[in-house]
Design a protein. Structure first.
Length: 137
């Protein structure tokens, strides 16, 4: 399955998703990174650093929408993992914080957009099932 089998409208929609990801992450994450104001605690600072790097990879995805689909898959997986591992237990125990409630909607939107916009047949053939016939290990 070549890039020509993924319709242009779908590739443009993917570009829009990459651009949305870039814009939503760039300002907040890079302002903290460049100003040296990351939190002292390791996990929050790693998360912001990850989002800074992730924002730049999404920017490259604007120009190469099909080649950077694994970035969208990563987003799908990490947001799904947060929903399962953080939101769900807090919701079931009745201990949701306002931050968790707000981030729930961001994650849910991200998961749904990725599920709808990623061309899954193309992704399967190019990133999961791909077998290089010319090299052996």
């Amino acid at each position: 399955m070549s890039t020509s089998t993924v319709p242009q409208w779908r590739q443009h929609t993917l570009r829009g998703l990459y651009l949305l990801n870039f814009i939503s992450l760039f300002v907040n994450s890079w302002s903290d990174v460049l100003a040296g104001t990351l939190e002292v605690d390791i996990y929050p600072s790693v998360a912001v650093s990850f989002w800074a790097a992730f924002s730049l990879l999404n920017l490259v995805g604007v120009w190469n929408p099909l080649r950077f689909i694994p970035i969208l898959m990563l987003q799908l997986l990490y947001k799904s993992a947060w929903l399962i591992g953080n939101y769900r237990p807090a919701n079931l125990s009745g201990e949701l914080t306002p931050d968790q409630e707000e981030f729930f909607w961001i994650c849910l939107a991200g998961v749904l957009l990725n599920l709808l916009l990623i061309p899954w047949k193309y992704s399967w053939l190019h990133f999961i099932k791909y077998q290089n016939q010319t090299k052996s290990f």
